[in-house]
Design a protein around this ligand. Structure first.
Ligand SMILES: C[S@@+](CC[C@H](N)C(=O)[O-])C[C@H]1O[C@@H](n2cnc3c(N)ncnc32)[C@H](O)[C@@H]1O
Length: 208
């Protein structure tokens, strides 16, 4: 007889939290390995500056980021949902996790003594988050990123046409010199496109 571990199967945490908080979780299924690998390949891994993953969920992307990460690069996962964070800690016990809102990224990084942040991998459901909340989270990212900082995220293909006209996309274009995207990752439900933003136009935070 297989032993019961008492923990939820990895796939059910996102689904159950989606039922409880659809606009916060924004996905029925965790991301696929194909999307995790595409995200990890898009990161320009810093040697010493930290990488922060926000909206880490139960760790579907996190495990691929950790596999690609240089050993010296500090890594922090930020997740708002306690149940997701609990499952993430169970699956990846060595990951430093903060249960908090991405909008508080500056204070999180200060209290965790993260130092310079080289990349933020924001695997949140951007297209279903209210616009004012999107803006406050993006402002927190912009304030936290170091001068050569990179922002990565994915958008589900059905949301792309609306998303391209959103205030979030406009703010990205005024904040970064380069916004690139990969091809559609079809092996994900739903298929998604990975975006990478670099070349901050804003003056770097003097304290960051
Ligand atoms: C679409 S799920 C993605 C989970 C995982 N990254 C993946 O790709 O499978 C979005 C995650 O973002 C988290 N989230 C939503 N709003 C957040 C916020 N303001 N700050 C931090 N995490 C947030 C949700 O709790 C959820 O775990």
């Amino acid at each position: 007889m297989p032993k019961k571990s008492g923990a939820a199967p990895a796939d059910s945490t996102i689904l159950r939290q989606f039922v409880a908080r659809p606009r916060e979780v924004g996905a029925v299924w965790r991301s696929s390995p194909a999307l995790g690998i595409a995200m990890a390949e898009a990161v320009r891994w810093p040697e010493t500056a930290a990488v922060v993953e926000a909206g880490a969920g139960d760790g579907a992307i996190t495990e691929h980021l950790l596999a690609a990460k240089p050993s010296g690069t500090p890594f922090l996962a930020v997740e708002l949902n306690r149940m997701c964070a609990h499952e993430l800690a169970r699956r990846l016990p060595d990951v430093r996790i903060v249960v908090d809102d991405l909008a508080n990224l500056c204070s999180i990084c200060a209290s965790e003594k993260v130092g310079e942040v080289g990349a933020v991998v924001a695997t949140l459901p951007w297209s279903v988050i209210p616009e004012d909340k999107q803006t406050s989270m993006l402002e927190a990212i912009l304030e936290t990123l170091g001068p050569d900082g990179q922002l990565l995220f994915y958008i589900y293909i059905q949301a792309l046409p609306f998303w391209r006209r959103s205030p979030f996309a406009k703010l990205l274009h005024t904040s970064f010199r380069t916004i690139e995207h990969g091809s559609v990752v079809w092996k994900n439900v739903p298929p998604a496109v990975v975006f990478s933003c670099r070349g901050l136009r804003r003056a770097p935070n003097p304290t960051g």
